[in-house]
Design a binder for this molecule. Structure first.
Ligand SMILES: [Zn+2]
Length: 179
């Protein structure tokens, strides 16, 4: 018998017959609207963790386990309402040297001031990057469709057999000559 359940991510109500079930390491069943929603959520979570780790260790020079300022987490969250974590991550990478320069030379008296300044640098550079990222996504969307829906693979391979580009990973979407 199907029971009522709630999606762990978006809190939609449904039932155990149609929702996607994941059994956690304690043997407890958790339900999600769909496998796609569950996978997407986990990918986003992983991207966020990679980004925060990068900022903490490579930008701020924190040691493992040191707490990232809450204001930074909030501001990254605000940016992520529009920009993908991949774009934010790439933006931090490309501006790392200049951010480090300002941290060393600006003489910030508060963590809040420093974080706000860093985020201004990111905000003023992110749109150019976003355009390139979006373009890249469109170029590689064929591949993504293949991953999402196996039945589409066959159709695409019949119509577009040789024109497939390999995606080299989440942060590798810029060619050197695009910088
Ligand atoms: Zn849901």
């Amino acid at each position: 018998m199907a029971r009522k359940c709630t999606c762990q991510i978006c809190k939609s109500k449904g039932d155990t017959a149609t929702f996607y079930k994941v059994t956690d390491d304690k043997g407890k069943n958790k339900y999600y609207c769909s496998k796609a929603e569950y996978n997407h959520f986990n990918i986003e979570k992983e991207k966020k963790q990679l980004l925060m780790k990068y900022i903490a260790e490579e930008v701020l020079g924190y040691v493992d386990g040191q707490i990232v300022p809450p204001i930074l987490i909030k501001k990254i969250g605000d940016l992520n309402k529009f920009y993908d974590y991949e774009v934010i991550h790439k933006c931090f990478e490309l501006n790392n040297d200049s951010i480090k320069y300002w941290i060393e030379n600006k003489g910030f008296t508060s963590e809040y001031g420093m974080i706000s300044y860093i985020m201004k640098i990111i905000e003023s550079n992110i749109n150019d990057l976003y355009k390139q990222w979006k373009y890249h996504k469109q170029q590689t969307s064929t591949i993504e469709n293949n991953v999402l829906d196996v039945s589409i693979i066959n159709e695409i391979e019949i119509t577009k057999p040789v024109n497939k580009k390999v995606d080299h990973g989440i942060l590798d979407f810029l060619d050197e000559n695009e910088l």
